[in-house]
Design a protein around this ligand. Sequence first.
Ligand code: LLP
Length: 416
Amino acid sequence: MIEARGNLLFIEEVPAVEIAEKVGTPVYVTSKSLLEKNVESYLESFPRSKILYAVKANNNLAIMKIIAKKGLGADVFSGGELYLSLLAGFNKDLILFNGNSKSDDEIREGIDAGVKFSVDSYDELFTISEISDKEVEIAFRINPDVDPKTHPKIATGLRESKFGIPQSEALKAYEVSLKTKKVKPVGIHCHIGSQIKDLSAFCEALNKIFDVAKEVEKLGIELEFLDIGGGLAIDYDGTGAPKPLDLANALIPIYESRLSELRSEPSLWLEPGRSIVGKTTVLLTKVNAVKKGYRNFVAVDAGFNLLLRPAMYGAYHRVEVANKMNLERSLTCDVVGPICESGDILARDRKLPEVKKGDIVAIFDAGAYGFVMSSQYNGRPRCAEVLVSGKKWWIIRERENYSDLLAKQKVPECLY
Ligand code: LLP
């Protein structure tokens, strides 16, 4: 659905260059059918589980609405994500409010919305109890100390990670929660990291969650869910990645066999983000200059202001020239952005066709942690977003302009 036809890149039935011309660049372009297909692949692979979309991966309202319409829940990590999820129409019974440092205001917002909490500390537990005027359903986020073998910045279930309560403390935490007014423990939550290819890490985590569940049940707690978090990788560089069905084939047998060890029948919850939205989207960016020298540089109009992943994690994103698909790749180059920093490199040592000023470069697999991590650094307004369905397309976020650089700014009168 995002593919070459002749020399042109198409997003569904629309040539990328048409969107670049009409909307300008840079622009994120998302395929609606790819998005729906990815959601369906989770629903088909996990027919008896609940899938909570990790809103942090992409919180564009139109994209969230497409996902909400398919019946998924939402994993939210801030008051803002909660606000957007409710607006997008996610069912509040399937919203889990995660986060290791929720403010009192955010906790209040979660309670008012009637969503469940993944509690990350005793301070949070007691604050919920203090603030709430009604019973709040909670899970504790457990840190199972599992190595997900991914980039260190996105490993979240290791002993030294800031997230969760050590597994050895879990029983005590649930015990305390039973003595704490207005909180009702109903689940167990963990999330071990992101861009994980090694399915055995998920299996290890699920086994550990079952170990905790067995202990917790002895306290008389009735468990409604075991949430294994998100983290399934996508294939950025052609080396392959497991699919939701592979994850299901790894997890469901463990879940089913170990369920017999429990009294209650908690359902299995997952929180995928990247594997739902990552591959649905390309970032189109125009070539401003080609410079040949010690190295060859293709300078485009998007940099780490719009796609931070290469600079932040050394992430690999496939790069193509959207108006020169299938041409001989004779130029070895670095694709760099317009930001005043040497680290503003989108792609290193790539083989591209002979690129010229004005060509449209497509950065692939940019739907997860793309626009959401963008900034206005260097005085650059954020870019537009477009949704494509068949031959139709819509702007789902307007490009910012210079006046947006002033949004909310105030100049004291004495400076006029
Ligand atoms: N649940 C929790 C509690 C999480 O912290 C995350 C991601 C997810 C679910 C979704 O994980 P996913 O399925 O998307 O891997 N900005 C980084 C990724 C940060 C992930 C943070 N947590 C990147 O661009 O690679």
